[in-house]
Design a protein around this ligand. Structure first.
Ligand SMILES: [Zn+2]
Length: 447
């Protein structure tokens, strides 16, 4: 029986991830993401009314029309975690397949929210929860297992497909973080056991493989210490503090809330996506918001809260959306005096997020920082650690799994080839057992 890996999206870019694995006549799909850069869209933007073919043409969602040529029955659509570059196209694409959607509870809750706001397509797929550490039988030939891993959003998993031909592992996305507050370390022991059983193919997150400066991606514990260090002074000095980070980064948001809860200040979580990710996380018991914390998502409620905070800035810490400088997100709106909170000299603005490197973000972010500086604010950048594995993490992972074949994914050609170099150092060989695919290409094993 042959096993075929089909690269649909995310093999030429960081974004719109989607892969399919065909085992005999049965097909498993992994992820249906969007490419945020392509539409100048961000966490707060709606694509609810747009048609999928239009979005495919713009390069916003994966071009899954090639699945028509794949001679097999789709048995399941599996989501690894709740980032938009993995789940963002679910409402546009999943309805085309008569197959259940399988995800962990937090990922599924975010998927349900996306489906509910969809205006273009009707949705009939069944939703099936699978927790990390659990298995489910997809067909007599295929068993799915979710192995616990860590990333920059809770309940990320590494799915393993057990087949007669060997195990196929789809490892998008992950980092090896042993010191998160909300998540235990990755299940290294299980990865080693899978390696011993025999991994036929590893599809793996190469996003940070090309970065020379960080061999091992730092733990969230490092970000917690950096944030505490930055915040301590301004908190004691009764200065204004605004922090901005990814709305989906629940681990980071918990850390910030915990730091603030040890002071007399009130914490305000502000922004539409902040409200969406945090309220779902709180509802299912992942995020434990201290008593002094409030969340506001609607413009009216945000403005009311900001008005109070503007009067008594030493009594609040604000956590907002808008870290990329997106003009209609909250922090740029604050910087442009479009809310009732006016930035004053001595206010502290902390960016707990990197600039996602594309020319538009760089320009927007630069403009935002200049605006804030011109008002006399103090700017702190890079209070952040990455959510993706570094070079030495990858080496560790390869030694745990000892896969027969490797397919780097989730990156442009530079990133995929940088991963290939790491694999070659570990004894693999390009073209023999390292396979670099472009969107729309496939690799067959055991034919
Ligand atoms: Zn991710």
């Amino acid at each position: 029986m042959s096993v075929e890996v089909i690269a649909i999206g995310g093999y030429e870019e960081v974004g719109k991830n989607m892969s399919a694995v065909k085992i005999g006549e049965e097909v498993i799909i992994f992820d249906m993401g969007i490419h945020l850069d392509r539409l100048h869209i961000h966490e707060d933007t709606d694509i609810d009314k747009m048609h999928s073919l239009d979005l495919i043409e713009r390069g916003v969602i994966p071009d899954d029309t090639l699945m028509k040529e794949v001679n097999g029955k789709v048995k399941a659509i599996i989501f690894t975690h709740g980032h938009l570059d993995h789940i963002g196209a679910v409402a546009k694409l999943a309805h085309r397949y008569e197959a259940p959607i399988i995800a962990t509870p937090y990922t599924m809750a975010l998927i349900e929210r996306t489906i509910k706001s969809e205006r273009k397509f009707k949705f009939n797929n069944t939703l099936q929860i699978l927790n990390a550490g659990e298995k489910c039988q997809i067909s007599p030939e295929i068993t799915l297992e979710f192995v616990h891993t860590t990333h920059s959003i809770p309940q990320a998993v590494t799915p393993a497909l057990h087949t007669k031909e060997g195990i196929v592992i789809y490892s998008n996305d992950f980092k090896f973080d042993n010191h998160q507050k909300l998540s235990p370390p990755p299940d290294y022991q299980r990865f080693r056991e899978l390696g011993e059983k025999g991994v036929l193919a590893l599809i793996v997150d190469a996003t940070r493989a090309a970065e020379e400066d960080q061999a091992k991606t730092h733990s969230e514990k490092v970000a917690r210490i950096v944030l505490q260090d930055i915040m301590e002074g301004p908190m004691k000095e009764n200065q204004g503090i605004i922090i901005t980070t990814f709305a989906s980064h629940i681990e980071r948001i918990q850390a910030i809330c915990d730091i603030v809860s040890k002071s007399d200040r009130k914490m305000l979580l502000l922004g539409r996506s902040m409200e969406r990710y945090c309220s779902i996380a709180e509802k299912i018991g992942i995020l434990d918001l201290p008593k002094n914390t409030s969340i506001y998502g609607s413009p009216k409620a945000i403005n009311k809260a900001l008005s109070k905070a503007d009067d008594k800035r030493s009594e609040y810490v604000l956590l907002t959306t808008g870290h990329q400088g997106e003009p209609d997100a909250l922090l740029p709106r604050i910087a442009n005096d479009k809310t009732s909170f006016i930035v004053q000299p001595g206010d502290n603005i902390i960016f707990s997020a990197p600039i996602i490197p594309n020319p538009l973000n760089k320009a927007n972010r630069n403009l935002l920082e200049q605006r804030l500086k011109s008002k006399g604010a103090r700017i702190y950048t890079n209070a952040h650690v990455s959510g993706h594995a570094g070079r030495e993490d990858h080496r560790d992972f390869l030694r745990m799994l000892t896969p027969e074949n490797i397919i780097p994914s989730h990156g442009n050609l530079d990133m995929l080839t940088a991963y290939a170099e790491i694999a070659e150092e570990e004894g693999y060989r390009m073209g023999k057992n390292i396979h670099i695919l472009r969107n729309g290409q496939a690799q067959v094993f055991n034919d």
